[in-house]
Ligand binder design. Structure first.
Ligand code: S3P
Length: 164
């Protein structure tokens, strides 16, 4: 069974996913990294050349490809669960763990990141609040487990994930 980390930007999916994979000696896959590898472009470049819609199409292709994995730790881009087909593929062999944090924490964690193009016309914190409002019901609906990253250290979070 794959462990699939989902959740908004800045909730620690990639950092924790990498560390967990290392600890459990299991392969680590990051959908954003696979998208960049396949296209030879950075995420901001993909957004500026083919737009968010183009990015989502490649994201879905990648998720369809990795559905055959069985024992991997998979970190998904924050918007990966927006497409019901993606959810179907991720759930096929995957246990979905939602990582959460408050909008304020997320804003602090991703402030200054050059890898995260704006998804709306809004100011950063407003964008995060707006998208969390839209996405939170969906994140929670598809998650098999929810882990709040606010009050725990990365080590504690890994310990919790290790027991899955
Ligand atoms: C996105 C999150 C990003 C990346 C892209 C879109 C989103 O991934 O897939 O910029 O829609 O929330 P991370 O959650 O890994 O930052």
């Amino acid at each position: 069974m794959n462990i699939v980390l989902i959740g908004f930007r800045g909730t620690g999916k990639t950092t924790l996913g990498k560390a967990l994979a290392e600890k459990l000696n299991r392969p680590f896959l990051d959908t954003d990294a696979l998208i960049c590898e396949q296209t030879g472009l950075s995420i901001p470049n993909i957004f500026s050349s083919i737009g968010e819609k183009g990015f989502r199409n490649i994201e879905s292709e990648i998720i369809q490809k990795i559905q055959t994995k069985e024992d991997a730790i998979i970190s998904c881009g924050g918007g990966a669960i927006l497409d019901p087909e993606n959810i179907k593929h991720l759930k096929k062999n995957g246990f979905l763990v939602l990582l959460t944090a408050t909008a304020e924490t997320i804003e602090q964690r991703i402030r200054g990141s050059l890898e995260r193009p704006s998804l709306t016309e809004k100011e950063p914190l407003e964008e995060i609040r707006h998208l969390l409002e839209i996405r939170n019901p969906l994140y929670r609906k598809v998650a098999d487990l929810v882990i709040d990253t606010e009050s725990k250290t990365p080590e504690e979070l890994i310990q919790q994930l290790e027991t899955l």
